[in-house]
Design a protein around this ligand. Structure first.
Ligand code: 4HQ
Length: 225
């Protein structure tokens, strides 16, 4: 899979993506990251990427021309995505959809945001990683790349393989424990030491259901997909 990124801060990549599972996916060539500097798509003396907002107000807005030029110069055919708090919330179902493409193109904004004509007439979809305001779209892009990369065939080892996760997505995970059986006086639940696999399965299901009901009832209301 080829993942392209358009950013004013190309030096931020691959950053944390170079470690662990995502790093292995990159070095193995299963995922190719191509990072483009937005400033390289300007033509004026000052390589200007931003300008004052029409109608006034604080901050600067990314100009449309360099972004349109960059996207029009790409070779891929997959979805063009703008990272923005105004976008569709990133969920595993959407991650799965993105991972099914041969390539995706991620646009990272900065400052107050991006001229609305980019969202209106250039991108295929707008995605948000959550309801908080960051300083730029680069961390959200890395979140998308991490989540998508682990679904690319061969990136996860056979051990950590993404079984059918769609069922589990409506539930939080059950609690996990490892040795020692007693740590600072805190014991691992007895049932997990019993070796009774049917009992253990039943306990895990009920734990997952109960903590989801308490912590994230919204997940239980959602249709599977
Ligand atoms: N941004 N999910 C880029 C975000 C964001 C998010 C704020 C996007 C700043 C310029 N992006 N602008 N949350 O906070 O995707």
């Amino acid at each position: 899979m080829i993942i392209e990124v358009l950013t004013l801060f190309p030096e931020l990549f691959p950053g944390p993506l170079s470690a662990g599972v995502t790093g292995r996916g990159l070095t193995a060539g299963l995922v190719t990251l191509r990072v483009h500097n937005l400033r390289d798509y300007t033509h004026d003396r000052h390589r200007q990427v931003d300008d004052v907002p029409y109608g006034g107000g604080a901050g600067m807005v990314l100009k449309p021309e360099p972004i349109f030029e960059a996207v029009r110069a790409r070779s891929g055919t997959g979805p063009v995505i703008l990272l923005t708090p105004q976008g569709e919330l990133l969920r595993q179902e959407l991650v799965r959809e993105l991972a099914a493409h041969d390539d995706i193109y991620l646009i990272c904004g900065r400052y107050e945001g991006v001229d609305e004509r980019v969202a209106g007439h250039l991108v295929d979809r707008e995605i948000s990683i959550g309801d908080y305001i960051l300083t730029g779209g680069e961390l959200p892009a890395m979140v998308v790349i991490d989540a998508v990369s682990r679904l690319v065939s061969g990136v996860l080892g056979s051990e950590e393989s993404p079984k059918d996760e769609s069922f589990d997505e409506q539930l939080l995970e059950y609690p996990h424990y490892t040795r020692p059986a007693v740590f600072e006086g805190y014991a691992v639940p007895e049932v997990l030491l019993s070796g009774h696999h049917a009992e253990i399965e039943r306990w895990r299901r009920s734990q997952a259901a109960e903590r989801t009901r308490r912590r994230r009832p919204d997940l239980m209301d959602r249709q599977p997909g």
